[in-house]
Design a protein around this ligand. Structure first.
Ligand code: SF4
Ligand code: SF4
Length: 368
């Protein structure tokens, strides 16, 4: 049995083929009118982008989805959860300010912003899932409270998750800070012999967990959240995770949280993945590096596992772009995510997601 994933490319030679038109057709083709019901309070789960980042899903692409949901008699709101670390989205006030600066809200997207886990990320509900790592997971209160949900994801590479798409948007993105901390427990290891003492890791750490004295870096594991930012900035590879020990269980915990985010919403959640600006990093970083492959298109489905598997395959079928962070695996068919973050194991999201009933990694791609 395959799950349907609808795909529309980015090629356009007339107004009928612009992205707004394509999004509307995808909404209809994927059967989103059955997902949304009259009177629903519908959460549109987004990532508003860290200040300085510009590769998040453009709010002008969110507007047609807002309009389609409203036309069905539902009341959509734009939502995300606060970050575990500092930065421009660590509480609801800063978060709404950043979202507004990035064009999310009535003016462009046509719906209000409601931060799902409250002012200080302490508004959540425990949701029973009874899986390997968690009996219960902590999900943001307004995600649990919404009647239906539309999950809009910018598909891109990610360290340490391999890639970020629908599953990560659910798992990490619908968890309050305490739930994010439960998923992360990956801790960086420092190799003093490779450290040049440049202090970049210390300056980028959102939790001030790193101290650099002369050429030796040390991390305070009491406050480190395992976010991986220090790995990304270290030019000498002096920082690493113990990938084979730490990453598989992290990926499984994230996927179990995704299951909790849609619990109680059977057939009431739809997904859009935007395969545009496929950057090496997630939108949590305050920059946007050059895309690894050309823009591909937009996908819609009611299955988070199938849409991520289809997105993963479409990205890997591309030829990598030169002069980007992608230094190997440039050929079609080669894994672009491991090409940029060698030790990541993104496929665990879809494989474990299939095993625990989050969705189906077997899919049928239907181009419209
Ligand atoms: S970024 Fe790397 S080289 Fe620079 S201080 Fe940190 S560990 Fe050392
Ligand atoms: S993983 Fe690195 S950047 Fe992230 S909190 Fe830990 S020490 Fe800081």
């Amino acid at each position: 049995m395959q799950s349907a994933v609808y795909f529309s490319s980015v090629r356009a030679r007339s107004f009928k083929e612009n992205k707004t038109s394509r999004i509307r057709r995808l909404f209809d083709a994927a059967g989103m009118n059955k997902v949304i019901r009259k009177g629903d309070l519908t959460a549109i789960k987004l990532h508003f982008g860290e200040r300085g980042n510009d590769s998040f899903v453009n709010p002008i692409f969110v507007k047609p989805i807002v309009e389609m949901i409203s036309s069905l008699g539902a009341k959509p709101f734009l939502t995300d959860t606060n970050t575990l670390y500092g930065g421009s989205r660590a509480n609801a006030v800063d978060h709404i300010q950043t979202a507004t600066e990035h064009g999310f809200g009535y003016t462009v997207a046509g719906a209000p912003v409601v931060i799902a886990d409250g002012l200080r990320s302490d508004f959540y509900r425990e949701v029973r899932i009874d899986r390997k790592h968690f009996q219960k997971v902590k999900i943001a209160g307004e995600i649990v409270g919404a009647d239906s949900m539309m999950v809009i994801s910018h598909f891109k590479a990610h360290l340490p998750a391999g890639f970020g798409g629908a599953i990560k948007n659910l798992g990490m993105g619908c968890a309050p800070a305490i739930g994010k901390a439960e998923q992360h427990s990956t801790k960086p290891i420092f190799n003093a012999e490779l450290c040049t003492g440049c202090r970049q890791c210390m300056e980028c750490c959102p939790n001030s967990a790193i101290t650099v004295q002369k050429k030796i870096s040390a991390v305070n594991y009491e406050v480190c959240t395992g976010c991986g930012k220090c790995l990304r900035v270290c030019q000498t590879h002096a920082i690493d995770f113990d990938w084979f020990v730490e990453v598989p269980p992290f990926m499984e915990r994230l996927t179990e949280y995704a299951l909790g985010a849609i619990a109680g919403k059977k057939d009431r959640v739809g997904f859009f993945n935007f395969l545009l600006n496929i950057t090496p990093d997630c939108d949590c970083v305050p920059w946007s590096d050059a895309p690894l492959v050309p823009d591909i298109g937009i996908l819609a489905s009611c299955d988070p596992v199938a849409i991520d598997q289809a997105s993963f395959d479409l990205v890997n079928s591309q030829t990598g772009i030169e002069n980007t962070l992608l230094k190997k695996n440039q050929k079609p068919g080669q894994d672009k995510f491991q090409g940029v973050w060698e030790s990541t194991l993104g496929h665990i999201q879809v494989e474990y997601g299939s095993r625990i009933g989050l969705g189906n990694k077997e899919y049928k791609l239907i181009e419209i």
